[in-house]
Every structure is written in C-alpha cells, then in structure tokens.
Design a protein around this ligand. Structure first.
Ligand SMILES: Nc1ncnc2c1ncn2[C@@H]1O[C@H](COP(=O)(O)OP(=O)(O)O)[C@@H](O)[C@H]1O
Ligand SMILES: [Mg+2]
Length: 271
C-alpha cells in the first residue's frame, strides 16, 4: 500500500514564465518506509516537503496521503493532513509552555480530554527519553532536548506520516549521532512512514531505507538508492565498507546527477 503518492508535482513561486523551483517530481512512498530526501541547499527539498504536508500549494500535479488528496480542498485534504506530523529545523515550541504542555498542544487542538491528554503527552516524553524534564520550559532544555520534545509533539496524535525538515541540522555532531540513534529506535517501535530532509550524506545513509537525491535547476530527482543495511544500526556501521560504498554512490549522484546512460537513479547499485 502506498502511503504518499507524489504525481508530476511542479512548483514556481513567480508568475507564469518564471523558472520553476520544482520540475516534475514523481515519487511513491510505501507505508512504513523511512525515506531521506538528500540534496544541496536550494534544490527544493523544503518546498517539496511543504507541498506534501499541505503547507504550500503545487503549481501542477497531485499529492495524496493514504489515498486522500492533499492538493485538493475540503474533507479529503483535512483527512489526509490529520495523518501528518511535522518536525522542523527550528523546534517551534511555545516558549512559555513546559515540555509537557507543548506536547499536549496538538491533542488540545484535537479536543482530547485534559486527563487523557496529559497521559498521552507523558508517554510521548518517555518515548523520547525526556520523562524527567516534563516541567522544564524550552529555554531550560538543550538544543537536542528541544528537538526531542518537537518529535514527541509530532508523534502525540499518532500520525501515520512524519515529515522532518533537517530536524538535527543545527545540532553538534555528537548530539546529532545520538538523536539519529534515538530516531531509529522510535521508528523501529512505531513504524511510521518518514520523509526526512537532510543535506548530510552520512545521516541519510545511517537513517534511511531509501535515499532520494535531488538537484536544483529545476528541483528534480536524480537518483533513488535503496539502503540495504541491517537494523538496528549502530554508529559502528558508519565505519564499514558498505556504508562507504553507499556514501560514494550518493556523493557521485549529488555531484554529477543521473548516470550518463540516462538511467533514472541507481537503485540497489551497491552489492
Ligand atoms: N516562498 C518563496 N518564494 C519565493 N521563492 C522561494 C520561496 N521558498 C523557496 N523559494 C526558492 O525556492 C528554491 C528552493 O528552496 P527550498 O525548497 O527552501 O530549498 P532547500 O530546502 O532544498 O534548501 C530556492 O531557490 C528558494 O529561494
Ligand atoms: Mg530547506
């Protein structure tokens, strides 16, 4: 079953005639898959993620989630988007609300009764290993802890799809490694469909089942690589020859784009 279907999506911000930011994006993402969208700055990753999440309209093409069109209006769109959670590079937590109350926010918007809300929010903070910090305000948390609260908040209403836009991009390398391990653990437990935007090749290979490489001018998919590494993956996987092969293939795709024979992508290229 396909959870996310992106069909011939293009986007330009200016009037007709101006250069498109996204070309003709075609992507099918099956339920439960962890997909990394990899590309250099400005190639349209955020724009694509925002279109998938219904925060931005497409100039042409369709997106559907679980069979419900995001790009249409009305009840179908609401149904599609009720199943999506967002985590951005900036945590977007409300500064005057404790971690626990931040996580409760989407539940309150969904009119969950207060007692149940607190219970669910506590479970989510436990899931991201922050049970001890529920009373703290965002400024009393480290950058990594704030992103964990943002993940807990996005998961609180149990969406099938999690859209993450460089969520760990502003963190130091070690915190980032730790959060990548934590995210993998959560994903193995929850089996959400995840679209994870990053410009880090290492992060993409470490986390994903599949890495979709984008290039600018206009933003398009130039490679689609299946990452066949056993899970759970530990940080030691990054020192293996297979990991290095994958990062090599992806670096090549980022630099030179599609293979010279015109083949679309390099799926399963690493033996
Ligand atoms: N709201 C906007 N209005 C005009 N141009 C935009 C807007 N958002 C993004 N762009 C342009 O679209 C291109 C892709 O941006 P973006 O999706 O943010 O790329 P990425 O996330 O890969 O860095 C960039 O050239 C950017 O300047
Ligand atoms: Mg971006």
């Amino acid at each position: 079953m396909t959870t996310i279907s992106i069909g011939h999506v293009s986007k330009r911000f200016g009037p007709p005639g101006t250069a498109p930011v996204l070309g003709d994006i075609e992507l099918e993402i099956p339920e439960g898959q962890f997909v990394a969208l990899l590309g250099s700055s400005g190639c349209g990753k955020t724009t694509l993620l925002r279109i998938v999440g219904g925060l931005e309209s497409a100039t042409s093409g369709q997106v559907s989630i679980g069979g419900h069109p995001v790009t249409g209006g009305g009840a179908d769109r609401r149904k599609a988007l009720s199943d999506v959670g967002f985590v951005f590079q900036e945590h977007n937590l409300l500064p005057w609300r404790s971690a626990l109350r931040n996580v409760q926010l989407p539940l309150a918007q969904r009119r969950m009764p207060a007692r149940e809300r607190v219970e669910v929010a506590r479970q989510m903070l436990e899931l991201v290993s922050l049970g001890h910090a529920e009373r703290r305000l965002p400024h009393e948390l480290s950058g990594g802890m704030r992103q964990r609260v943002a993940i807990a908040r996005a998961l609180s209403y149990d969406p099938a799809v999690l859209l993450m836009d460089e969520p760990f991009g502003a963190l130091d390398a070690q915190t980032r490694d730790n959060l990548n391990l934590e995210l993998q653990r959560i994903w193995l437990e929850k089996q959400k469909t995840v679209v994870f935007v990053t410009h880090s090749i290492q992060e993409a290979v470490f986390l994903a089942d599949r890495v979709v490489v984008m290039q600018a001018g206009p933003g398009r998919v130039v490679a689609d690589v299946t990452i066949d590494l056993e899970r759970p993956r530990g940080v030691d996987v990054m020192a293996t020859a297979r990991f290095a092969e994958y990062t090599g293939v992806l670096r090549e795709a980022l630099t030179h784009g599609p293979a010279a024979d015109g083949a679309h992508g390099t799926n399963g290229a690493v033996a």
